[in-house]
Design a protein around this ligand. Structure first.
Ligand code: GLY
Length: 404
């Protein structure tokens, strides 16, 4: 049973503070205290969101017109973010409502451990069960994560030395004999490192390392921006096409793709200790932070080469992912670099936590962040909340608190 009364009382008290909060100016000096109060607000917001869905209906986005919450089933690539966000929030600020909701959604999500049709198992299973197992290690979660890693590994091709991201389809331009890899796939490797650590079977580790190396070789341009999609010949391993699916153009720099790369190579360094990956992450960070099209508030346009800049839409999810990655990267660097990464993350967080981007409790369909861009070329989830924007925002706030 959901505790509607608790949510209602919390909402009332938060609405009472609403006007006052809008007037507050968030400065760097107060970022820590702002984060503390936003995390409580976020818990209330997710309690509100939990009232709108039943297990199996994963919040995906919200359409302001028509006040419509869009949900997905567990097979959608974003299904792990809702339970993952609740696990982070509950870790910070215990909520029996979120605890109960998380358990119910994890129960539904568990079946995806056997899904071999997607590379997104890292997002789906590690952001959810990975966090659950981190907080409460137990054989059930471990078995689910191990099976998920096995399912993901079935998509590995040892000729290309990469994991197949998408099955071939006309919409992704993958034809017979092709192997399609997108930069996003870097985010699914953490699950494989977990699997080697927990099984002592190096197969998973080797797959992750090979995939990351192949991606360095073929996804990156000399300036360390990345192509979204590379199509390989699965028989020869030749990289045949460098294109985009969600960016503005094949040659453009899709903002979330850059953020996945930054985050992915930061994790690669954490997992392997190989300085090659640290250098890659630093190069990507330098590319992003010195880009002439990165606005002063450091919330990227949805594509660094989007048509219409400076009037192009921003992608709040990219900012949240970059901020979270930079905070981790800052711990592997020192001196000027470390300071630069922390300051950039602070600027991003400071701006994401302003009313322009952060929703009040009871607004925005129950999501935290406004103004994400899911898939502009497809005209889906454009200037809307996104479940992954929320997940990485909460993660970044917790990382900032821990760093301080
Ligand atoms: N495919 C993951 C994303 O849209 O970023």
């Amino acid at each position: 049973m959901k505790v509607k009364m608790i949510v209602a009382v919390s909402l009332l008290s938060l609405f009472a503070c609403k006007e006052q909060k809008k007037e507050e100016v968030v400065t760097e000096d107060t970022l820590e205290t702002t984060i503390d109060s936003v995390l409580i607000q976020a818990t209330r917001q997710y309690e509100y969101l939990s009232e709108k869905v039943e297990p199996g209906q994963y919040p995906k986005t919200y359409h302001k017109e028509g006040d419509k919450l869009e949900t997905s089933n567990s097979g959608w690539w974003c299904s792990g973010f809702y339970p993952g966000t609740m696990l982070y929030l509950n870790e910070n600020n215990s909520s029996s409502v979120l605890k109960e909701e998380t358990d119910a959604f994890l129960k539904d999500l568990a079946k995806e451990q056997f899904n071999t049709t997607t590379h997104d198992l890292g997002f789906m299973m590690f952001c959810s069960f990975g966090n659950a197992e981190r907080l409460q290690p137990n054989p059930e979660y471990e078995s689910i994560l191990m099976n998920s890693a096995k399912s993901l590994s079935t998509r590995y091709n040892d000729t290309v030395k990469a994991i197949r991201s998408w099955d071939n389809a006309s919409w992704n331009k993958g034809g017979d004999g092709d192997l399609v890899v997108i930069i996003d796939n870097m985010m699914n490797l953490e699950l494989l490192f977990w699997a080697t650590e927990h099984s002592q079977d190096s197969t998973y580790y080797n797959i992750a390392v090979n995939h990351a190396n192949t991606t360095i070789d073929n996804h990156f341009r000399p300036d360390y921006s990345s192509f979204h999609e590379v199509i390989y010949d699965e028989k020869t391993g030749e990289a045949k096409m460098h294109i985009t699916n969600q960016g503005a153009a094949d040659s453009s720099s899709w903002a979330r793709g850059q953020s996945w790369g930054l985050y992915g190579y930061t994790v690669m360094y954490r997992a392997t200790g190989d300085s090659k990956y640290l250098e890659q992450a630093k190069h990507i960070a330098d590319y992003l932070l010195s880009h002439p099209n990165l606005p002063e508030d450091m919330i990227p346009y949805w594509d660094f080469n989007a048509p219409g800049i400076p009037d192009a839409l921003r992608d709040s999810s990219a900012a949240a992912i970059i901020a979270s990655a930079l905070l981790e990267l800052s711990t592997y660097t020192d001196g000027e670099n470390s300071q630069r990464y922390i300051q950039a993350a602070e600027t991003m967080l400071k701006n994401l936590l302003k009313p322009e981007y952060l929703a009040e409790v009871g607004e925005n369909g129950g999501f935290l962040l406004k103004h994400g861009v899911g898939n502009m070329p497809n005209n889906t989830e454009v200037d809307t909340p996104l479940s992954y924007g929320d997940y990485y925002l909460v993660e970044a706030m917790l990382r900032y608190k821990n760093l301080k």
